[in-house]
Design a protein around this ligand. Structure first.
Ligand code: ASP
Ligand code: MG
Length: 416
């Protein structure tokens, strides 16, 4: 017997027929004698609809009421699934975030979980009760409903798994795992059987939309193993008996015996570049630039600064998302242009393509391979940043697909 969390996404709960399919997955695990906590998303499309209703009423909406509205989709699916499990003769009940409670800060719209009391859920398990938990929602210290940011039910699931000490957190979705790159761009993309937490964190932040980034951070900290699988794969009879399903396990790197030096290619389109030319080379300049952007909640990504030639001035380039470009330029022009730099240049229509792999730590030449492959196709690299397990390259949007395919093949990601 094990204790497990099963999380179902919106497409797995899109209508009553889909929910019936979810019931089969739950029944299988319960019949195996497991203690089961289920975390649900809203039905596919519901949250978007709820968000747009709040926007129709007022542009400057009140975020407290926004959360009251958008959290409601998960209340519906939790109730429906609990009803269906009960109709099958199972002992099950629904839980809203405030009933457990899942306590968060009060940053409406993207609250962070502060604590979860597992005692009521654990008591239910003792009586053979299946918990059906509304994902995405929590309750602030002062008793208001909060939500955890779009895609937040993944984070609910991992957080629940951590506090009830589940041995697995199965994420049921509409794809059968995590791929070496987006299969819509490269048809030879392969499903990875295992991905290290750190790699998944990079992939998720770089645009692989399988999991909310925060859920991966949380899983890494609490060492919650996540199994991403398709809810439409019912498995063969023998696979069902063995609990052997197709999917991707996201786990500690120690569990990955044979480390590939590159495991995936991620990309993010619609980036913009801002360059500050002849910037004073003295303490406090970078702090001033980025503080002014941070104050206005502008996320800065790749930052490249050169070492100045004679210690006088230097150039600095960084990227922001295209949608933030205009605001960022206005802020910089207002606050620091002319005072600390000579010229401010910017351009949108760029893409960031990244090569990711934990094995990179112990392999030389990974970057050289990428640069050579791109140059052979005449793709110009505008900026480069790296971490221990990632190389990110800034290029023109128009070359994104080509670059992804070339990099995918040059590291043999299409081969087992
Ligand atoms: N229903 C919420 C959303 O669409 C949360 C989730 O699905 O994870 O963002
Ligand atoms: Mg999701």
């Amino acid at each position: 017997m094990a204790r497990i969390v099963m999380k179902f996404g919106g497409t797995s709960l899109a209508d009553i027929r889909c929910i019936r399919n979810v019931l089969c997955h739950v029944k299988r695990e319960v019949d195996l004698g497991h203690e089961v906590a289920i975390v649900v998303s809203a039905m596919a499309g519901t949250t978007n609809q709820l968000v747009s209703w709040t926007q129709d009423i007022a542009d400057l909406y009140n975020f407290r009421e926004y959360d009251v509205v958008v959290s409601s989709g998960e209340q519906v699916t939790a109730g429906l699934l609990a009803l269906m499990l009960q109709a099958e003769g199972m002992n099950a009940r629904s839980w809203m975030g405030w009933q457990i409670p899942i306590v968060t800060d009060s940053v409406y719209g993207c609250a962070r979980i502060k604590s979860i009391d597992p005692s009521k859920l654990l008591k239910g398990f003792q009586h053979g009760q299946v918990a059906v938990i509304a994902g995405f929602q929590g309750m602030s210290f002062d008793g208001n409903i909060t939500t955890l940011g779009r895609g937040g039910s993944d984070t609910s699931a991992v957080a629940i798994a951590a506090v009830i000490k589940a041995s697995r957190c199965d994420i049921y979705t509409d794809v059968d795992g995590v791929y070496t790159t987006d299969p819509r761009i490269e048809s030879k993309a392969r499903r990875l059987s295992r991905v290290a937490f750190e790699e998944m964190l990079e992939m998720a932040s770089l645009g692989a939309k399988v999991l909310q980034v925060r859920s991966v951070e949380l899983a890494m900290v609490h060492k919650v193993r996540i199994f991403v699988r398709s809810s439409f794969d019912m498995g063969s009879a023998s696979a069902r008996a063995e609990g052997d399903f197709v999917g991707t396990l996201i786990c500690d790197e120690e569990e990955i015996v044979e480390q590939q030096f590159v495991s995936g290619i991620a990309f993010a389109k619609d980036e913009a570049q801002i360059s500050l030319r002849r910037l004073a080379d003295k303490p406090g300049v970078a702090a001033a630039v980025f503080a002014s952007l941070a104050e206005e909640n502008i996320n800065v990504d790749m930052i490249v600064q050169n070492i100045s030639e004679h210690g006088a001035t230097t150039d600095m380039t960084f990227t922001v998302s295209s949608s933030d470009l205009e605001r960022a330029v206005n802020i910089l022009e207002r606050s620091c242009h002319k005072v600390i730099c000579d010229d401010l240049q910017f351009e949108s229509g760029l893409a960031k393509v990244s090569v990711i792999g934990i094995g990179m730590r112990n392999h030389a030449g990974v970057a050289a391979t990428a640069f050579k492959a791109l140059s052979e196709k005449g793709i110009n690299i505008r900026a480069i940043t790296t971490s221990e397990i990632k190389i990110s390259i800034l290029i023109d949007n128009a070359y994104t697909e080509l670059a992804v395919r070339i990099l995918h093949s040059v590291y043999h990601l299409d081969k087992e």
